[in-house]
Design a protein around this ligand. Structure first.
Ligand code: NDP
Length: 794
């Protein structure tokens, strides 16, 4: 077309970005890439390679090394030998390196942006303006954490060697999100990029080494799912950090269960985009474009489920369709397109078949009229209107440019529809009434909520999910803690012998017997008989029978979980209210301190003085969490935009707690009190050998205004009850202290709803040492952080 014709039609002309440098880089490697291990490219030990394709053309782009277990082994060995030196370099030394990495990314920004667009199929406009600058920001922000580490994080150590597995949708950005925090605080890394999109990771590793990053600090092993699995299984890896599908996340949870490896999972989502009647409609329509057609909708937090209030639904639909008509799909290197190519044929097929399923289930389909390129994997921006909340497309993550829409009448209905998903990654709320938006945000079960905005990210703001969207956070202070381990926990010792569970024969003579006392279970604020009507004897170390407690079973746990679930008001109670009750518990425990001390001495065989010390420490601990209840607060972040982000510490919900045998009262209180302080409701399995401190505690609970259902106690065989709690999909988190076996069981069986687990792997905590068992060290696990983005101004 001539310029005059462009004026006439107002059509876009092609605006291609030159790709010469990126292709020249591929050529310097002969378009064949090896792994990057110990600071050099290293051929795969089995000599195999596989092809990687260019999504916009379907043509082969390069060949990549196929990683085997032997390659992973070499990479882990390189990371292991570099780790102590990297740690010893100190915060300032590492800050210099991370700063150099940020600068390196800025210097080579265009090369990375073009390579990423070619390899992934995403528009250059996005790689240039988002992926690369955000990656650089991540390194700069974390250079700051390295610099501040010795001051701000002095009571923590690096975890060690970290295995990181990333997906294909934001290849370089995910690399930055993973490696920047890990390296900043002294860990070394073995990274497995996605097989579709490994090139920017290899370019990064090469340029990082040229920028002075020491050998072995960052290692990249390319390959498929089996390569990832070999990394997960490697015994020399201390932690796995994974981003990808919920399905693979579950496999990894199972594979790492009981190994002592720590784990963070950033998984899928089906994030609601809620538009209220009083929203700025044009603003919200533009928001939809960014929510679902950004990166071809291949975004874990894509606003893929549109909920529009009925009164504006028709207007919204018309304006959205009008906007869709102007969207352009084409070559990722064309600077004037809105959407590029989908990453691979298999993804394209999945999108097609899910859209067909949606239409077959009654949805109306609208697609942008854009002309799709002849070759490559392209799919048009798509809207499915009138989708039923139970239809496949309303439930499944499509991971493509497909928006499903439904309407709602009231704010309550909007919240219900928004939360009607197993995921919980993100949500957008659109309303010009800030009171309404801020009322809705805390009710949404999602780790990130954007108000009148969508898809905003920053290195200083945590990102991560609730529920089956995974656990752990990336970014911000909370993201840094994912790569650290408390000093106080690094010196814990394994319990020497399995905890006593068997009960010796009682040989007592004819002395005056104590008055029979059979403790029941404590469920929903009441003392109730165990469902099975079995009791277990509790004996002193010299085999005296001290009493009997109920033998809890599956049904008791079910009732306890139901009671905890219905005590949701506790999670909404004010921190002041919770603090008051924790102090009151301390007061009432103190009033009966001597009685508890006698009981502890009888059960454990310790001296009365020691038992008194345990009661005193328990009282002090309750005071401590009474204090923390209104002081362990969130934060206000100031990302680079006009606005604020509120990082709110929210309760996790219903938490199962299994207590160890040592310090039976103090350990129970040390575990339960932080959870209560943060607004959780608990189902507690007390010490199996010494449960009477817990059953005596019922009366303290009853007299301290603890609402029914907030604390439920089920006595019995601890490891069996842990199994039931782990399998229960209405339990949101599980803390297991006391046995290696129970820790493994808890992790392995928690995959149903991907509950958060905090386990001791059989290592003994010193419950008298506040640095190991009191305060933020546990409070951090008692909350999940929701980040609410509130941009302001026009
Ligand atoms: P996967 O979860 O399969 O892949 C993510 C990463 O894990 C890749 O590096 C992959 O390797 C690797 N991997 C695959 N299997 C294993 C395993 N058993 N053990 C260890 N690592 C493994 O996601 P896909 O790329 O296959 O995408 C499938 C779906 O996942 C998408 O349709 C989408 O719904 C969702 N997804 C979600 C993402 C998110 O950000 N939450 C990101 C990407 C996908 P390889 O690349 O070789 O398969």
């Amino acid at each position: 077309m001539s310029v005059a014709q462009y004026y006439e039609t107002m059509e876009y002309g092609p605006a291609p970005e030159a790709d010469g440098e990126a292709r020249a880089w591929l050529k310097t490697h002969g378009a064949v890439f090896e792994h990057f291990i110990g600071g050099v490219f290293a051929a795969p030990q089995q000599g195999e390679h596989f092809a990687t394709f260019e999504p916009a053309t379907g043509k082969t782009l390069a060949r990549l090394a196929q990683g085997s277990a032997a390659d992973i082994n070499a990479a882990v060995a390189a990371a292991r030998s570099a780790q102590p030196l990297w740690q010893r370099l100190g915060g300032h030394g590492r800050a210099r390196h991370l700063y150099a990495l940020a600068r390196m990314l800025q210097r080579h920004a265009r090369l990375f942006a073009v390579l990423e667009a070619i390899d992934n199929g995403k528009p250059l406009r996005e790689t240039r303006d988002l992926d690369i600058p955000l990656s650089a920001r991540h390194f700069l922000h974390h250079a700051g954490w390295a610099q501040l580490q010795e001051r701000e994080l002095a009571d923590h150590l690096p975890v060690g060697v970290i295995g990181q597995i990333i997906p294909w949708n934001f290849p370089l950005l995910m690399l930055a999100w993973k490696i920047a925090p890990a390296l900043a605080v002294g860990n070394t890394v073995v990274l497995k990029p996605a097989e579709y999109t490994s090139l920017s990771a290899l370019l990064f590793a090469e340029l990082a080494t040229q920028a002075g990053l020491p050998p072995g600090v960052l290692n990249v092993v390319t390959g498929g799912g089996a390569t990832g699995a070999a990394l997960v299984d490697h015994p020399g890896v201390d932690k796995i950090a994974f981003t990808g599908s919920t399905e693979v996340g579950r496999l990894i949870r199972q594979a790492t269960a009981g190994t002592g490896k720590s784990l963070t999972l950033e998984l899928g989502g089906k994030s609601p985009f809620i538009v209220f009647e009083d929203a700025d409609i044009d603003g919200a329509v533009e928001g939809v474009v960014d929510a679902i057609w950004f990166n071809q909708g291949q975004v874990c937090c894509a606003g893929s489920k549109l909920l529009v209030q009925e009164g504006i639904a028709e207007t919204f639909r018309r304006r959205l369709i009008r906007r869709m008509e102007r969207l352009r799909v084409g070559s990722p290197l064309d600077k004037a397109i809105d959407m590029g190519a989908v990453v691979a044929p298999v993804q394209l097929e999945r999108i097609r078949s899910l859209v067909e399923a949606g239409v077959n289930e009654g949805a109306q389909r609208y697609q942008a009229a854009t002309v799709l390129p002849q070759e490559g994997y392209f799919y048009p921006p798509t809207l499915l209107w009138n989708v039923h909340p139970s239809s496949t497309v309303a439930i499944e993550e499509i991971f493509g440019p497909v928006l499903v829409a439904m309407t709602f009448r009231t704010p309550d209905e909007a919240v219900m529809l928004a939360n009607n998903t197993r995921y919980g990654l993100a949500a957008s709320v659109w309303s010009e009434t800030i009171g309404l938006a801020l009322d809705i945000a805390p009710q949404l079960l999602a780790g990130v909520v954007w108000i009148n905005a969508t898809n905003l990210f920053d290195a200083g703001v945590g990102f991560g999910g609730y529920r089956e969207s995974g656990f752990g956070r990336e970014g911000g202070r909370e993201g840094i803690y994912e790569y650290l381990t408390p000093n106080a926990w690094s010196t814990r010792k394994q319990r020497e012998k399995p905890e006593a569970t068997s009960v010796a024969q009682h040989n007592a003579g004819f002395e005056l017997p104590p008055i029979d006392r059979t403790a029941k279970l404590f469920i929903g604020g009441k003392q109730v008989r165990p469902d099975g009507n079995y009791a277990r004897a509790v004996r002193s170390p010299d085999s005296m029978q001290l009493g009997e407690v109920g033998e809890g079973n599956r049904k008791d746990i079910r009732n306890a979980v139901a009671a905890a679930r219905s005590a949701a008001a506790w999670s909404r109670a004010t921190a002041h209210n919770r603090a008051q009750i924790l102090f009151y518990l301390a007061e009432n425990l103190s009033a009966r301190g001597d009685e508890f001390a006698l009981r502890i001495a009888a059960m454990t065989g310790t001296t009365i003085a020691n038992a008194k010390a345990e009661v005193d420490a328990s009282i002090a601990r309750l005071f401590s969490y009474g204090a923390w209840a209104d002081k362990y607060e969130g934060a206000v972040h100031a990302p680079p935009l006009r606005g604020v982000v509120l990082a709110m510490n929210e309760p996790i919900g219903v938490v199962g707690v299994a207590c160890p045998d040592e310090a039976p009262l103090l350990a129970l209180i040390s575990l339960v009190a932080p959870l209560l302080a943060m607004g959780n409701r608990v189902v507690v399995v007390p010490s199996e050998s010494h449960p009477l401190a817990a059953t005596d505690f019922y009366q303290v609970l009853e007299t301290s205004d603890v609402p029914p259902g907030v604390v439920n106690i089920v006595t019995g065989r601890r490891d069996g009850l842990v199994e039931i709690l782990a399998e229960h999909d209405d339990v949101d988190a599980l803390w297991v202290f006391g046995s290696k076996q129970a820790s493994a069981t808890a992790e392995r069986l928690s995959t149903g709803n991907l509950k958060r687990t905090l386990v001791d792997h059989g290592f003994m905590t010193d419950w008298y040492d506040g640095s190991a068992s009191e305060g933020p060290i546990l409070l951090r696990h008692a909350v999940q952080i929701k980040n609410i983005w509130i941009p302001y101004g026009d």
